[in-house]
Design a protein around this ligand. Structure first.
Ligand SMILES: Cc1cc2nc3c(=O)[nH]c(=O)nc-3n(C[C@H](O)[C@H](O)[C@H](O)COP(=O)(O)OP(=O)(O)OC[C@H]3O[C@@H](n4cnc5c(N)ncnc54)[C@H](O)[C@@H]3O)c2cc1C
Length: 428
């Protein structure tokens, strides 16, 4: 029976990147996905410039929905123009800071890159069993007519069972589990049984006609109803994606807050009516200590819980962790690293490049000035803060350390200025 060098479970950005890297290194690579491709993935489709740099090339024009060259920040009240709570800050970045994509097209493009490097791709196939031995991993695969992302049970990965028609066994020397937040590899390998509620975020969105919304800016809004949450309006070619991200701890407030936020931006930009009900999906917050690798099974992307807890950006860390997982597996199979060492090296690299950053991102999220009225005034009167938000989309490593340091230095002066402005406003 053929023994694959590496089997990669899940063909999202993490899995496809790992497949490209390992195939390019000359390994025999099988990339599988339970969904039939092309498939949708609940996402706002914002891909930062730093993610494009990690991928190493810009997707073709037909995959890109919009080039993003600016930011619009909306204050508490969703940016409505009435009363003291209505603020909007426009920040033209003067260069491309991100693109928007539809995940159906973007993920298929990444799979094409992996197969062009020599990876074999099988869709409509799910991992249903996994047994790790000292020198290999046995996997049970099942062909499935899988519904993809509908109706997940948020806290029990792998709960929505597809109907399996055929089963087969395969063997690999390494497995990379890149099967997303609801994947099964984490549980099957014993790395994680279930998410804890505080580790998860919820994203909810609709797509509507764009009205007068800016076609080249990301819009981000403070949402006073839920701590550490934000709303977004991301432009596509013929529509906008309007959504909200919040901690799953506040799941009871998410739907109500989303509807009032949508009402605000709909009025503000004359957006269209949604065709259906909003889509809601989970995203795991990065920054928590987690074991993400055994000797021969490595988790990457959402499966490893690697999403930026401040911005909700997960594509960047999926690509980064997918690449690092691929590199250590290639190193181990070349004989540069013993398997146990490879797993330790991978966890160390993820910690250094991602988890450590996410801890600082969590602090930023908690103190995030622009999500409260006073904080928002701070942003209004200090363009440096908006510039720093733009830098988050352009720069990868160590950006949060610099941002936090910068904020701590500027905060006292900024607060004094805002206090002065508030007092003047009261005297008038
Ligand atoms: C509402 C919402 C909006 C978001 N917006 C953004 C954004 O604008 N920008 C951004 O950077 N991030 C965003 N994210 C986060 C981003 O979508 C994820 O972080 C990213 O998709 C993670 O990529 P991944 O490759 O790890 O997993 P995924 O993209 O989830 O891919 C996992 C793949 O594994 C497959 N799979 C699952 N289980 C199995 C199995 N048992 N066997 C085989 N295959 C399996 C799935 O079919 C899927 O194709 C958003 C998330 C949500 C929920």
């Amino acid at each position: 029976m053929k023994v694959w060098d590496v089997v990669i479970v899940g063909a999202g950005p993490a899995g496809s990147t790992a497949a490209s890297v390992t195939a390019r290194a000359g390994l025999s690579v099988l990339l599988i996905d339970k969904a039939r491709f092309p498939r949708d993935k609940p996402c706002a489709g914002g891909v930062s410039v730093k993610s494009l740099h990690e991928i190493g090339l810009t997707p073709p024009r037909e995959v890109i929905q919009r080039e993003i060259t600016g930011l619009i920040l909306g204050g508490p009240g969703g940016g409505s123009s009435g009363g003291h709570s209505g603020f909007l800050i426009r920040h033209p970045a003067g260069e491309r800071i991100a693109v928007t994509v539809r995940r159906r097209e973007f993920d298929a493009f990444l799979v094409d890159l992996a197969t062009a490097e020599g990876a074999c791709f099988r869709d409509g196939v799910e991992v249903s069993g996994l047994e790790e031995r000292d020198d290999s991993v046995s996997l049970r695969l099942a062909t499935c007519g899988c519904p993809g992302y509908s109706r997940p049970d948020y806290f029990r990965p792998g709960h929505s069972q597809p109907v399996h028609s055929q089963e087969e066994g395969i063997t690999a020397r390494f497995v990379i589990g890149a099967d997303g937040a609801m994947g099964r590899t984490a549980a099957l390998s014993g790395l994680r049984r279930r998410w804890r509620r505080f580790e998860l975020g919820l994203g909810i969105f609709v797509e509507v006609a764009p009205g007068e919304a800016s076609p080249e800016a990301f819009q981000l809004y403070c949402l006073p109803g839920i701590p550490c949450s934000f709303g977004w309006v991301f432009p596509y070619r013929d529509s906008v994606n309007v959504g909200l991200g919040a901690s799953a701890l506040f799941s009871d407030r998410v739907i109500g807050t989303f509807h009032s936020f949508f009402g605000h931006v709909k009025t503000l930009w004359h957006l269209g009516e949604p065709a259906g009900s909003p889509t809601c999906y989970i995203l795991p917050a990065g920054g928590f200590a987690r074991r993400i690798a055994t000797k021969r099974v490595l988790l990457a992307g959402d499966a490893a819980g690697l999403v930026d807890p401040f911005s909700g950006e997960g594509i960047y860390s999926a690509v980064v962790s997918g690449r690092m997982a691929g590199e250590v597996v290639a190193g181990a199979l070349r004989g540069d690293l013993a398997p146990g060492q490879a797993s330790r090296e991978y966890q160390r690299a993820c910690h250094a490049r991602l988890t450590r950053q996410f801890r600082l991102a969590m602090i930023m999220s908690l103190m995030s000035g622009y999500k409260s009225a006073t904080g928002f005034r701070l942003v209004q009167h200090d363009p440096g803060i908006t510039e720093n938000l733009v830098r988050l989309m352009k720069e990868g490593d160590h950006v949060y350390r610099r941002l936090l340091w910068w904020h701590l230095q500027c905060l006292p002066v900024g607060l004094l200025r805002v206090a002065g402005i508030n007092r003047q406003g009261t005297r008038k």
